[in-house]
Design a protein around this ligand. Structure first.
Ligand SMILES: NC(=O)c1ccc[n+]([C@@H]2O[C@H](COP(=O)([O-])OP(=O)(O)OC[C@H]3O[C@@H](n4cnc5c(N)ncnc54)[C@H](OP(=O)(O)O)[C@@H]3O)[C@@H](O)[C@H]2O)c1
Length: 278
């Protein structure tokens, strides 16, 4: 298969590239904004036609939640309009979305069919991307994920490792609940979707297994890394967030596990793998 991976310099895109060697037999095209700006509809059409792309994995996105609040137009261009550009190209699409499409007020793991109600510009633009994609390309696969981290880019794990070494105490919220997702685990799941005997269109949820708060996550990061630093649990109201954060981000993964036979590791186990690489 000829496979295009957009946003290939990001966390997920880099893990897709790393794993591609283990998935020989395909022809890969790894692009980021310099090689293929997905907001340029004509460029997308041309690239897909010239390279006979059969599958697009869209790892490109506007992911800065706070900046999206100030510049929703740019977030919309990349998260929504560009997604439609990919959808109109005629290739099969695997698109990545987010827990931010939900309100964050839920109290049990969110299923794919649950009502969406984004509270942020980032969530709104990602939801619009899902809707435009499904309208233009009903055969698309959308995978919603949450709390993504990896050895690359900026993420919570790398920030806590740095702050844990610099400071005597970290104050971290314990009233926001979710599940960390190691980008390599998500990349493995995407390869399983690509190589499945049949194409199963639809929306799926994927995170690692388990549930924790950002406080729990921090305690475990520092414990596994052998960093001594006091961690104090605080409420979200005690932290100066620019943008409201969801209190509940746990996604129900039953559908992706049943459809593709994917076994998902516990988040603590995957954290160990990431820390070994850092
Ligand atoms: N990070 C999380 O915690 C999280 C949680 C839930 C869902 N997700 C979703 O998971 C997916 C992957 O996230 P990630 O953390 O790997 O993102 P990331 O590290 O921010 O990577 C996104 C990549 O897309 C590139 N990009 C931006 N605009 C582009 C354009 N117009 N054309 C082509 N490439 C463009 C970015 O380049 P620049 O850096 O130069 O802008 C970056 O290299 C995204 O869909 C995101 O919404 C992420």
């Amino acid at each position: 298969m000829n496979i295009l991976i957009t946003g290939c310099n990001g966390q997920l895109g880099t893990e897709m590239r790393n794993l591609s060697a283990q998935h020989a037999g395909h022809r890969y095209f790894f692009t980021d904004v310099a090689e293929l700006d997905i907001t340029d509809r004509e460029a997308v059409q041309r690239f897909v036609a010239e390279n006979a792309i059969e599958v697009i994995v869209n790892c490109a996105a506007y992911t800065n939640v706070d900046k999206a609040e100030e510049d929703e137009a740019t977030a919309r261009l990349i998260n929504a309009a560009a997604t439609e550009n990919l959808a109109l190209s005629g290739a099969k699409i695997i698109h990545i979305s987010t827990d931010y499409v939900f309100s964050g007020d839920e109290t049990s793991p969110c299923r794919e069919s649950d009502a969406v109600a984004p509270r942020t510009a980032y969530g709104r633009t990602k939801l619009e991307g899902e809707e435009l994609l499904l309208r233009a390309c009903p055969q698309a696969v959308i995978i919603r994920t949450a709390w993504l981290y990896s050895p690359y880019g900026n993420n919570f794990v790398k920030t806590m490792l740095r702050l844990g070494k610099e400071r005597d105490e970290l104050r971290v919220v314990n009233d926001q609940i979710g599940t960390p997702t190691y980008a390599e685990d998500l990349a493995k799941a995407i390869y399983t979707v690509i190589e499945a005997p049949e194409w199963h269109a639809g929306i799926y949820h994927f995170t690692d297994e388990g549930v924790c708060s950002w406080y729990d996550f921090t305690v475990e990061i520092l414990r596994q890394a052998g960093i001594t630093c006091k961690v104090t649990p605080i409420k979200s109201s005690e932290y100066a967030y620019k943008t409201p954060r969801p209190h509940y981000s746990v996604l129900d993964k039953t559908k992706i596990k049943a459809t593709f036979g994917i076994a998902i590791p516990e988040w603590q186990e995957s954290l160990t793998h990431c820390l070994q690489r850092l």
